[in-house]
Design a binder for this molecule. Structure first.
Ligand code: FEO
Length: 401
């Protein structure tokens, strides 16, 4: 079968039939999508037919038409369910009605979720680590990836074409912009969006991701077909190396300055710190106003760089709410091995510095606190700015090299 609208050959008897989404503003209701989102699904058309993952339910109509067109008059024999989150399992219930003989393939945890999500209790095939499913000239070998990022997460490997169907692993934000494959895509943003996806969706489970990568390294892989983002066929090894770097929380030289400011006084202090870091020879320094940037961009920058300055006002006798939300998110991600500097401001009830210090203390050494800890009352004076400059110099020294 040659390429036709929305049906793109990936390898011998393997086709992409996914969906591009430019309507959803925030993935999971949280993470902004400046380039949209893709839900990749694949079909292997051998002696048996196997669909590998489905799409989000709102993209089901067109997807089912294309599936039907690929199958021609043949039945759908299997749906390989690598992950049950509804962006991949959204069409399962309808597939059962359209193809009554179809078998849903997954591990024990997947099968439990099929029942909970869609009431599917029969016509399931349970597979375990290392087991395979014969489709004819292709077979699929299954590798579990527990907690990357759900308990039932799994990948499927096709030794015939050396394709890894990795689901969320190696996936990224971003819709289809004509190019399905990495050599056709805009890699400048595709790699960034892959990292932003990793940090925000998978990052908390980095230890588990490293275990999954050990399995991946043992496979002979020519092509990685994830369920989001481009298909990686040019240099899959590079993508695996990047994923390992992020999973190990290896950082680059650079500092992220995040501030929360109501009237500009905390911003003034933050700008003084950022200038001092830069003037001390560290580049890049990236400054975020926490009230104006989606948290996913901030967490991605923090994941990447070695140094972080948190600078926040006090609000209603507590830490400024967006900054409190960021701290909670960072704790959730178990980030470690980075340097941090703090600047808190208040006018009549000191709280910001104390709460941010508590965050550092709770990390039990995960974050290394640099001096001076700065607290400013009402508005930064010359003495405060000197402290900001000193903190900037100390941060530059700590992250260099
Ligand atoms: Fe792409 Fe975890 O769903």
């Amino acid at each position: 079968m040659t390429e036709m609208a929305g049906i793109i050959p990936v390898a011998d008897s393997v086709y992409w039939i996914g969906a591009g989404d430019r309507e959803t503003d925030k993935f999971e209701g949280l993470w902004e999508l400046p380039h949209g989102m893709a839900y990749n699904a694949y079909i292997i058309k051998d002696e048996k037919t196997a669909l590998i993952d489905t799409v989000k339910s709102s993209y089901m109509d067109d997807f089912l038409l294309r599936l039907n067109r690929v199958l021609e008059d043949r039945p759908l024999d299997y749906v390989i369910t690598n992950h049950m989150e509804p962006d991949h399992s959204g069409a399962m219930e309808l597939l059962r009605r359209l193809y009554p003989g179809v078998k849903f393939v997954g591990n024990a945890k997947t099968i439990e979720m099929m029942k909970n999500f869609y009431g599917i209790e029969d016509g399931t095939v349970e597979v375990r680590e290392g087991e395979s499913l014969d489709l004819g000239s292709h077979k699929l070998v299954f590798a579990t990836a527990p907690m990357v990022h759900w308990p039932e997460s799994m990948a499927s490997y096709d030794p015939t074409n050396k394709i890894l169907f990795s689901n969320d692993i190696f996936g990224g934000f971003g819709s289809i912009e004509g190019g399905i494959f990495d050599d056709e895509a805009n890699l400048e943003w595709a790699i960034y969006e892959m990292m932003r996806y990793y940090v925000n969706i998978v990052g908390r489970f980095s230890k588990q991701a490293l275990k999954a990568l050990e399995k991946v390294r043992k496979l002979d892989i020519a092509t990685i077909c994830p369920s989001h983002g481009p298909i990686w066929r040019s240099n899959p090894g590079h993508v695996i190396d990047l994923y390992e770097k992020w999973s190990r929380q290896e950082t680059d030289e650079g500092v992220v300055v995040v501030y929360g400011s109501m009237y500009g006084n905390t911003k003034t202090a933050s700008d003084a710190i950022a200038r001092s870091i830069c003037a001390s020879g560290v580049n890049p320094v990236t400054v975020y106003d926490i009230s104006r940037s989606n948290m996913s961009f901030i967490t991605t920058a923090i994941w990447r760089y070695r140094g972080l300055i948190l600078s926040s006002c006090t609000y209603n006798m507590e830490l400024y709410p967006p900054m409190a939300a960021l701290l909670r998110l960072l704790e959730n991600k178990n980030m470690t091995g980075r340097k941090i500097g703090l600047c808190g401001t208040y006018s009549w009830a000191s709280a910001a510095l104390k709460e941010m210090s508590g965050f550092v203390d709770r990390s039990k050494g995960g974050w290394t606190l640099l001096e001076p800890k700065i607290e400013i009352k009402s508005r930064p004076g010359p003495g405060n700015i000197e402290q900001c400059e000193l903190l900037g110099k100390n941060m530059a020294e700590a992250v260099r090299g």
